[in-house]
Design a protein around this ligand. Structure first.
Ligand code: FAD
Length: 505
């Protein structure tokens, strides 16, 4: 990560300076613009909405309380993200938590169990030790049955991990004789946290990719919260850096159409307001579902762009609950292990800007939230009241002495709530999808892709978004300096047939 960052600075000014129009002001578009600016180019970020950040965007309600698109956790195993924090000199904005994972106990309401990582113990020993020391979630025979199927990951590495993309987590478990309880105790929580879906839907590659990082990096699983809302605390310094180095970031600038030259290259961008944006290079950092709609009608028969048909964003809901009192004080992310919920955190304790000594604010990820994500009910279509009610019912198990009508006085009162529906979030990492993630370089000579869903070794995540943007910036900067680029990623043979038979709808 550091070497690539350095490359942009060290090769600054090599070749011709380019104007680069970047569609989308999420983390990927902003990272891309930052590194292009570091390399001496002139990026222009065009963000459709009135706020930066995309899936990390947030806004204030009438009381001034922040509503976030998602509860976001930073991991030690996010090298490119950590780099950006240090390059922008804002590392102190990350609030690192104790090196542990906290799980609510399914059978014992109100109880939690932890996996603790001990200081001074290097990876992968610290990972193994944390599992061995936890006596509450898995028995020793279950732990022993889990390890052997995962061993090839340590020996073969990425090769083994990639080969598991065609099977789901559940299939992998069955094929390797892992006990069902591992799924119930560990993999359901993991799958819901990693991709908002259940293990029968999630590709095994995803779990292995995450585990591999945590096994290889001593601080990989250590978690941090940003000390406040993402638009101000992370996106604003990125914007400032871009503009200080000759770039520009524009809000309220939705792209309508990519207009082409006769040779199929991009001629200009037509904005929804009627304005035309002309640049030397064009980069899209919009999510895969939007990119599919933006592909110009002249491109869809190109196999490269047909790959995007294989990718689709997964729905998720983010919930905020403001209570009239402080609940059990946990300064960390918690795995709820409840049917409707994934992870949650008390932001009034975990995050400096939302600090409140007297009243809790829970932020909870509701997943899987629709049949599209493998859930039974389409919660996206339910009212906010229904979603909040269902969430409170699940919380009665996690906070049995604090939440619920059975308590004297009715327990903690909900002061207010906010429900954020994200109908298409990160790409659904169901089996067989990894191969459709396209390279940042495209067959179009002045058009490049960025975004967390493009091909890179991280999942759809903040780290994936930053790396996707950085790799897109590398394509443009290499091309501008006359250096050889990494080239196009190989395309699945059947995509060629799909492209040939493509009929525009
Ligand atoms: P986006 O953030 O989607 O950015 C794309 C941008 O393009 C948006 O700003 C959008 O408005 C803009 N755009 C779209 N169409 C147009 C147009 N026509 N013209 C101009 N602009 C356009 N990741 C983690 O690492 N850790 C977590 O804990 C975590 N938790 C999450 C929880 C939730 C509930 C959600 C939804 C996501 C979570 N993620 C997490 C994932 C993370 O937020 C994303 O992977 C990352 O932010 C994606 O960044 P991006 O720039 O690739 O895409």
């Amino acid at each position: 990560a550091q070497a690539l960052s350095r490359k942009f600075v060290e090769t600054k000014g090599q070749g011709t300076q380019k104007t680069v129009a970047i569609i989308g002001g999420g983390l990927s578009g902003l990272a891309c613009a930052k590194y292009l600016a570091d390399n001496g180019h002139k990026p222009l970020v065009l963000e459709a909405r009135d706020t930066l950040g995309g899936k990390v965007s947030a806004w204030q309600d009438e009381d001034g309380d922040w509503i976030e698109t998602g509860l976001h956790i930073f991991f030690g195993a996010y090298p490119n993200m950590m780099n950006i924090f240090s390059e922008l000199d804002i590392e102190d904005r990350l609030q690192w938590k104790r090196h542990q994972m906290i799980f609510a106990m399914q059978e014992f309401p109100g109880e939690f169990t932890t996996f603790d990582f001990f200081e001074g113990v290097p990876a992968p020993l610290n990972f193994a030790l944390s599992i061995l020391m936890n006596q509450k979630m898995l028995t020793m025979p279950e732990k022993l049955q889990t390890a052997p199927p995962l061993l090839p990951m340590l020996i073969e590495g990425q090769n083994f991990i990639n080969k598991q993309d065609d099977i789901s987590v559940l299939q992998f478990m069955k094929e390797n004789g892992m006990p069902d309880r591992i799924n119930e105790e560990v993999f359901i929580s993991m799958a819901k946290a990693l991709d908002f879906i259940d293990p029968d839907k999630l590709s095994m590659t995803v779990v292995l990719t995450a585990m591999n990082r945590f096994l290889n990096e001593t601080d990989g699983l250590q978690m941090a919260f940003l000390d406040g809302n993402q638009p101000d605390r992370l996106c604003a310094p990125m914007k400032e850096h871009i503009e200080m180095h000759g770039g520009e970031v524009r809000l309220n600038s939705p792209l309508d159409k990519i207009v082409l030259n006769e040779d199929g290259s991009v001629k200009h961008l037509l904005m929804r307001g009627g304005e035309t944006i002309v640049a030397d290079e064009y980069i899209s950092s919009v999510p895969c579902d939007i990119m599919r709609r933006l592909v110009p009608k002249e491109w869809p028969t190109m196999p490269f762009f047909r790959q995007i048909d294989g990718l689709e964003g997964v729905p998720v809901i983010n919930i905020h609950l403001w209570f009239d009192r402080k609940l059990i004080n946990v300064d960390h992310l918690c795995f709820s292990r409840s049917p409707l919920l994934s992870v949650y955190a008390d932001m009034s304790t975990c995050c400096k800007e939302y600090w409140d000594d007297e009243r809790s604010t829970l932020q909870l990820v509701f997943a899987p939230c629709s049949p599209l994500a493998g859930g039974k009910v389409d919660w996206l279509k339910r009212t906010d009241t229904e979603i909040v009610q269902a969430t409170l019912e699940e919380l009665e198990r996690i906070f049995p002495t604090e939440i619920g009508p059975h308590l004297e006085g009715g327990g903690a009162k909900l002061r207010k709530s906010a429900v954020v529906r994200v109908p298409r979030s990160v790409y659904a990492a169901i089996p067989g999808r990894n191969r459709y993630r396209p390279s940042q370089e495209t067959p179009i000579k002045n058009f490049t892709l960025a975004g967390d869903w493009t091909s890179q070794k991280f999942l759809g995540s903040m780290e994936g978004a930053i790396l996707g943007g950085k790799l897109a910036a590398e394509v443009v900067s290499d091309r501008a300096a006359g250096r050889e680029t990494k080239g196009l990623k190989e395309i699945e043979p059947h995509v060629y047939d799909d492209a040939e038979n493509f009929v525009a709808k």
